[in-house]
Design a binder for this molecule. Structure first.
Ligand code: SAM
Ligand code: SF4
Length: 350
């Protein structure tokens, strides 16, 4: 699916102002109910498809939202904008300050949103129970291979054992489902996918394989090199019987397959080859307080500046609504004039 499936070219600018209340909608009629909050751009891994080996020019302390600013924005999103699901991410959210406090503050909101975390799992073994206690409902742990040497090659760190311990602790803490997010290496990814699926079935984790997107800091992504969802599925089908999951997909990005008749499933997220922009229900907040209507936005709305200039909740709400009203039809990766955003994935929040 490309952006033209929405019947409009991308980047059509809205000519009327955003509605002052009701759902957080854009000019194409999509309502955002899922907020992704990046808590930091820092990370203790250096995944090749995300960060350069030397790391990045990290955001400075005063650039980051304070915990109070952040929880204020989450409150506005939930109580005024109709957000029903909040996912904390990064960078690595487990290295952000006061994650448990932020989760507890989010869990105290009415109506209480569903609260999820996307993490690389390092340190999760010690914190999973506390996170669950604070109000975390669901977790996605990123893991691209269960082979130690390949893990080192992909993440540039020897931390596979920590991630596996984190996954086990999340399961032990009762977080359900425990999902595993995998971005496959173009050369070894097919073998990795088969081993990962076996590992996930054995441990009662749900595997989600994500097509690699042009969001790497080095701008080295190339369409031909990355594995497509179709290639991944064809390879898995050599080892497993995959049948479409009959449950309705809704706005979920993953196309789900029952493995060997179920109940185990595997999901494939074809963000590039079969984009699902027409069903997108997301709004994004960066660690420095910028709203992005899309992962691939080239425009941002500065809520941190607005708050620090003394804006009240009405003004912040209006600015957020205006940002989302201008959401483009689609990410445009497949358009000839596509330009990768300046921010890498780690500074946006995946
Ligand atoms: N550090 C945490 C982690 O790795 O789960 C959270 C942040 S990370 C940016 C969130 C997700 O984005 C991870 O599942 C990661 O694999 C994915 N990701 C990062 N760069 C990507 C890219 N270029 N294409 C597709 N997914 C990517
Ligand atoms: Fe860190 Fe996550 Fe990016 Fe890997 S994908 S470098 S773990 S932020």
């Amino acid at each position: 699916m490309t952006v033209t499936d929405l019947g409009l070219p991308s980047l059509v600018r809205p000519t009327t102002p955003a509605p002052a209340d009701g759902p957080l909608i854009d000019t194409y009629g999509r309502a955002a109910t899922d907020l992704r909050v990046s808590l930091t751009d820092r990370c203790n891994l250096r995944c090749t498809y995300c960060m350069p080996a030397e790391g990045l020019d990290w955001m400075r302390g005063e650039e980051l939202l304070t915990v109070e600013e952040l929880t204020r924005l989450v409150r506005i999103a939930v109580t005024r904008l109709g957000i029903t699901r909040v996912r904390f991410t990064g960078g690595e959210p487990l290295v952000a300050k006061r994650l448990e406090d932020i989760i507890a503050a989010t869990a105290a909101l009415a109506p209480r949103p569903e609260i999820a975390l996307t993490t690389n799992g390092i340190g999760l073994d010690r914190r999973a129970a506390g996170l669950k206690q604070a109000g975390l409902d669901r977790i996605n742990v990123s893991l691209d291979t269960v082979d130690r040497e390949r893990f080192i090659h992909i993440t540039r760190r020897d931390r596979l054992a920590d991630v596996l311990a984190g996954l086990a602790a999340a399961h032990e803490a009762g977080l359900r489902p425990v999902k595993v997010n995998a971005v496959l290496d173009p050369t070894t990814g097919i073998d990795d996918a088969v081993a990962l699926l076996r590992f996930c079935i054995e441990h009662d984790y749900q595997l989600r394989i994500i097509e690699q997107m042009p969001l790497d800091a080095g701008h080295a992504w190339s369409r031909g090199a990355a594995l497509s969802a179709d290639e991944i599925l064809a390879a898995l089908q050599q080892h497993f019987t995959l049948t479409p999951d009959p449950k309705p997909r809704g706005s979920a990005p993953a196309e789900l397959w029952l493995v060997d008749g179920g109940p185990a499933t595997v999901g494939v997220i074809a963000s590039v080859s079969h984009a699902f922009c027409s069903a997108c229900d997301r709004t994004r907040l960066t660690a420095d307080g910028q709203v992005r209507s899309c992962l691939f936005s080239r425009e941002e709305t500065d809520l941190r500046g607005l708050m620090r200039s003394g804006a009240d909740d009405d003004a912040v709400e209006a600015a957020w609504r205006a940002a989302m009203w201008a959401k483009p039809a689609g990410h445009g990766i497949n358009d000839p004039d596509f330009v990768q955003p300046d921010r890498p994935m780690s500074a946006i929040g995946g």
